[in-house]
Design a protein around this ligand. Structure first.
Ligand SMILES: NC(=O)c1ccc[n+]([C@@H]2O[C@H](COP(=O)([O-])OP(=O)(O)OC[C@H]3O[C@@H](n4cnc5c(N)ncnc54)[C@H](OP(=O)(O)O)[C@@H]3O)[C@@H](O)[C@H]2O)c1
Length: 289
């Protein structure tokens, strides 16, 4: 008998990190329907592995109901540092429910209850909307993404300096978003993660000095860690954000400077049934690319 191939509506299929969810779902036999905002986004999503793409907008509820119609599952990630991120997430939860979707995976953030940070506070009402819905939800709480280091890599490779806007001894929990994507795909194609909330971290909380040492080893020449002011760091790494988003990001970095970021790897390893990808491995991939 032919197995049912679930259709999953994916937000962010053209995005920096969420696009990694598309191949993870395809590997697990799902049909991916990308939610895109334009015709060029449609082409990009199909290139990323989506079987189909629908043009819709998280700010436009009727378009979301059309996009979700007939889907078995939804993967959602909130666009970073948007003033209305909460409303966008709640719009999608409502649309999924109205369309009769069964599973909903929300890629939230580690420590979402740490609401003094706006990018954490914006996730809490979306999680609450899921608790109050009839959807079979799974909440993912990923640490800082390894993929953020892509912005810092050209500087490391060019001038042998890893510069971050917090002290060189600051320890931050991180995770490879490919592992988060795999967890999302498991949640959308199996039942074992239903109604769970999962902190997702790679092992080890490395500080910039240790990361610089990993980069030095991968490049075969020394890399030094330095603390840099936020403005200089923006100039150097050029994150894809406007002034308001940068101001919110600076608060995240101020939090790291004062407290670092905690996180525990046990859950990710248990879900994957293998060791999570390590930061040293990721840095070797950056060096080889
Ligand atoms: N960076 C980290 O270390 C980290 C760690 C934990 C959690 N997080 C959270 O993860 C999320 C990452 O966000 P990101 O922006 O970096 O992800 P991303 O992978 O770049 O995805 C953002 C996607 O959202 C889409 N989008 C934006 N506005 C939309 C709208 N109105 N309607 C439909 N789609 C829309 C974009 O589509 P277009 O291509 O059309 O623009 C883009 O594909 C944030 O919520 C952040 O708080 C980040």
């Amino acid at each position: 008998m032919e197995q049912h191939r679930p259709t999953v509506l994916v937000v962010g299929a053209t995005g920096r990190v969420a696009a990694l969810v598309v191949p993870a779902l395809v590997r697990r036999g799902a049909t991916v329907r990308a939610l895109v905002r334009s015709e060029s986004g449609r082409r990009q999503a199909i290139d990323n592995g989506a079987a189909e793409a629908v043009v819709a907008d998280l700010r436009d509820p009727p378009s979301l109901r059309r996009a979700a119609a007939g889907a078995d599952g939804v993967f959602h990630i909130g666009p970073a540092f948007q003033a209305d991120e909460t409303q966008m997430g709640c719009n999608l939860v409502a649309a999924a429910q109205q369309a009769g979707v069964r599973k909903f995976v929300f890629s939230s953030v580690i420590q979402p209850t740490h609401v003094t940070l706006a990018n954490h506070a914006s996730k809490v009402p979306v999680e609450a909307a899921l608790f109050e819905s009839k959807l079979e939800y799974t909440l993912l709480h990923p640490a800082n993404f390894f993929q953020n280091l892509r912005g810092a890599w050209p500087g490391m490779a060019r001038d042998g300096v890893f510069a971050e806007p917090y002290p060189v001894h600051t320890r931050i929990a991180r995770v490879d978003y490919r592992d988060v994507a795999e967890v999302a795909a498991i949640a959308l194609t199996e039942d074992r993660l239903a109604y769970g909330s999962f902190e997702l971290c790679a092992p080890g909380r490395f500080n910039p000095q240790e990361i610089a040492a990993m980069a030095g080893e991968a490049l075969g020449r020394p890399v030094a860690a330095r603390e840099m002011d936020f403005e200089g760091w923006v100039e150097r790494t050029r994150p894809p954000y406007d002034a308001r988003q940068l101001q919110l990001l600076s608060k995240v970095h101020a939090h790291y400077a004062a407290h670092g970021l905690g996180g525990n790897a046990l859950t990710l390893e248990a879900i994957l049934g293998r060791a999570p990808r390590t930061l040293a491995q990721y840095i070797r991939e950056l060096a080889a690319a």
